[in-house]
Design a protein around this ligand. Sequence first.
Ligand code: S3P
Length: 178
Amino acid sequence: GLARQLDRPIVLVGMMGVGKSSVGKRLAGLLGCAFVDADEEIEHSAQMTIPEIFEDFGEDYFRDGERRVIARLISESTEEPGCNIVIATGGGAFCNPETRALILDKAITVWLDSEIDTLVERTARKDNRPLLKEGDPREILTRLRNERAPLYAQAPIHVVSGSGPHVQTINKVLQGIS
Ligand code: S3P
C-alpha cells in the first residue's frame, strides 16, 4: 500500500509545461510532505535565473548544477525516514545519465506526460525557458518529446496529464504510487 512505498522521495519527471510543479505542490500537500522545485533551487543557489545561467554559462554548466542540486535534495530527504519530499525536476534533468541513475536508484519516479497541444499552451504562459527561444516552440517541444520519451519511459510510473484540471492527474499519481 501507500505507506510501504513512501519511504523514498517522489520525483516528478517529464516535459516542460506538463505541470510537474503544480502537480507536485498539491501532491505534497495531500501527502503531508515538503515540496521542492529543483529549478527554483538551482536559481536560489546560483543567485541567477535559469535564462541567465544558460546565457552566461551554457547548458552543460546548467546540467551539472542541476545534477548536484537534485543529488543534494535527494540525499537530504533520505537522511530521515518517511516520505518527506516531493521534487519537481526541470524537463531535461532526467535525460542526464548520472542524474537519471541517481533518481531511479533513490526515488519513486513518476513520468508525467501530455499531448503536444497541452505542452505548447502551458509553456506559452511563461517566458522563462531558454530552449524554447531557439525556434518555433511547437517544433522544439515535439522534437524534445520524441527524443526524451524513451528516457522518461524508464520511470516505473507513467501518468498522462490531460488538458483539464490537475486534480485528475494528482489522483492518477496517487494510484500509481500506491
Ligand atoms: C528544461 C526545462 C526547464 C528548465 C530549463 C530546461 C528542459 O524546466 O530546467 O529551461 O531541458 O526541458 P521545466 O520542465 O520546469 O520547464
